[in-house]
Design a protein around this ligand. Structure first.
Ligand code: NAD
Ligand code: UDP
Length: 341
C-alpha cells in the first residue's frame, strides 16, 4: 500500500483529501500544527472512514519535529497543504505569511530529499494569474502580479519548486492551481470552519443563512458582467479532493519533472447567482445588501479545464446546487463550527 503524508491534513481541503485518498486505497499520515483547525476533525474523519489516521501535531517549519514523521514512516508521496491562507491577514502580517508558507515548504522539500521521497503535490492557487482578466485561465496564461503577500507566497513557492525539481532529477512535482473551493463532505461531519468572521463568500453566506450573521454585503454590483457582480469558478471540495488522488496517480505513472494543472469546473457563477443557489438550498431568503467593490477583486475568474481533463482525467462532478446544499448541511449540523479541543 502506498503511503501519502498530508501536511495540513486537518484543514478544510486536506481533511476532504484524506477521505478520498483512503477511499482510493492509500495509507495516510497527517501532519498539522492545528494553527487553523481543530483536533475534533480527526474524530470526524474516524467516524466517516471507520479508521483513526496517524496524526502528528507538528509545525512543518520545525525540521527536527517533522523529521520524526519521515524517519518513523515509509512515505511514498507528500501533499503539502500546510500554510496560512487568509488574504487580508497576509496584508497585515506579511512576515508571518512569508515565514510560515515558504519555510514549511522548504523544510518538507529538504526532508523529502534526505529520505528519498520523490512525489510532491503542492496546493497553489488561481491567484498566481494576478489581475489579468483574460479568461479562461489556461496553464499557459502568464503569471501575474499578485495583490497580497498570500498570493506572492504561492507564486514564489511555484518557482522554488521548479528550481528544486531542476536540481533534483528524481523529483516529481505537481502544482495544482485551485479556483474557489467550497462545499462540504456529504456526511455533514466536516466542512470549512473558519475562525471568527469569515472573509470568503460561501462561509459568510452559510452564517447568514444559519442566522449567526445578520446580512451579507455583496462587494460591488457595477462590474462589467451580466448581472454586475463578480464571477468565480467555484469547485466542490470533494471534487477538488478527487483531483489530488488523480495528481498522485499521475506522479506515480510519469517521469520526473514539474507538472501543472488548474482545478476548477470551467464554469463561472456570479455572486448574485451564488446567493440565489444558496437560497434554493436552504429554503429561505439570504439577507443581503450591495456595497462597494472590495479592493483587489477582479471581475471574472474561471479555469480552462482542458489540460486537467486530458492529462489527469479530472472532471468536476458537482455543480453549484450540490456545493450549496452540502454547505447548508454542514452549517445546520455544526452551527457553531467544531468544538475547541
Ligand atoms: P486550512 O487553513 O483549512 O488548512 C491548512 C492547514 O494547515 C490547517 O489545518 C493549519 O492548521 C495547517 N498549517 C498551517 N501552517 C502549518 C505549519 N507551519 N505546519 C503544520 N500545519 C500547518 O486551509 P485550506 O483551505 O484547507 O487550504 C489548504 C491549502 O490550499 C493552503 O495551502 C491554501 O493556501 C491552499 N489554497 C486554498 C484555497 C481556498 O480557497 N481554501 C484556494 C487556493 C489554495
Ligand atoms: N464576496 C462578497 N461578499 C463577501 C465575500 C465575498 O460579495 O462577504 C464576493 C467577492 O467580492 C468575490 C466573490 O464573492 O467576488 C468570491 O469571494 P471570495 O473571497 O470567496 O473568493 P476570491 O474573491 O478570493 O476568489
Amino acid at each position: 500500500m502506498s503511503t501519502v503524508l498530508v501536511t495540513g491534513g486537518n484543514g478544510y481541503i486536506g481533511s476532504h483529501t484524506v477521505i478520498s485518498l483512503y477511499e482510493n486505497g492509500y495509507d495516510v499520515i497527517i501532519a498539522d500544527n492545528l494553527s487553523n483547525s481543530k483536533m475534533e476533525v480527526q474524530n470526524r474523519l474516524e467516524k466517516i472512514c471507520g479508521k483513526r489516521f496517524k496524526f502528528y501535531n507538528v509545525d512543518c517549519c520545525d525540521e527536527a519535529a517533522l523529521e520524526k514523521v519521515f524517519s518513523e514512516n515509509k512515505i511514498d508521496s507528500v501533499i503539502h497543504f500546510a500554510g496560512l491562507k487568509a488574504v487580508g491577514e497576509s496584508v497585515r502580517m506579511p512576515l508571518e505569511y512569508y515565514s510560515n508558507n515558504i519555510n514549511s515548504m522548504i523544510t518538507v522539500c529538504k526532508l523529502m530529499k534526505k529520505y528519498g521521497v520523490n512525489n510532491l503535490v503542492f496546493s497553489s492557487s488561481a491567484t498566481v494569474y494576478g489581475m489579468s482578466e483574460d479568461v479562461p485561465f489556461t496553464e499557459e496564461s502568464p503569471l501575474g502580479v499578485c495583490t497580497n503577500p498570500y498570493g506572492w507566497t504561492k507564486w514564489m513557492l511555484e518557482q522554488i519548486l521548479r528550481d528544486f525539481a531542476k536540481a533534483e532529477p528524481s523529483m516529481k512535482v505537481c502544482l495544482l492551481r485551485y479556483f474557489n473551493p467550497v462545499g462540504a463532505h456529504e456526511s455533514g461531519l466536516i466542512g470549512e470552519d473558519p475562525r471568527g468572521i469569515p472573509n470568503n463568500l460561501f462561509p459568510y453566506i452559510s452564517k447568514v443563512a444559519g442566522g449567526t450573521l445578520e446580512k451579507l454585503t455583496v462587494f460591488g454590483d457595477d462590474y462589467d458582467t451580466p448581472d454586475g457582480t463578480c464571477i468565480r469558478d467555484y469547485i466542490h471540495v470533494v471534487d477538488l479532493a478527487d483531483g489530488h488522488v488523480k495528481a498522485i496517480r499521475y506522479l506515480e505513472s510519469h517521469d520526473a519533472g514539474v507538472s501543472l494543472f488548474n482545478l476548477g469546473t470551467g464554469k463561472g457563477t456570479s455572486v448574485k447567482e451564488a446567493v440565489a443557489a444558496f437560497e434554493k438550498a436552504c429554503g429561505h431568503e439570504i439577507n443581503h445588501v450591495f456595497g462597494p467593490r472590495r479592493p483587489g477583486d477582479i471581475a471574472v475568474c474561471y479555469a480552462s479545464t482542458e489540460k486537467a481533463e486530458k492529462e489527469l482525467g479530472f472532471v468536476a462532478k458537482y455543480g453549484i446546487d450540490e456545493m450549496c446544499s452540502s454547505c447548508w448541511k454542514w452549517q445546520t449540523m455544526n452551527p457553531e463550527g467544531l468544538s475547541d479541543d
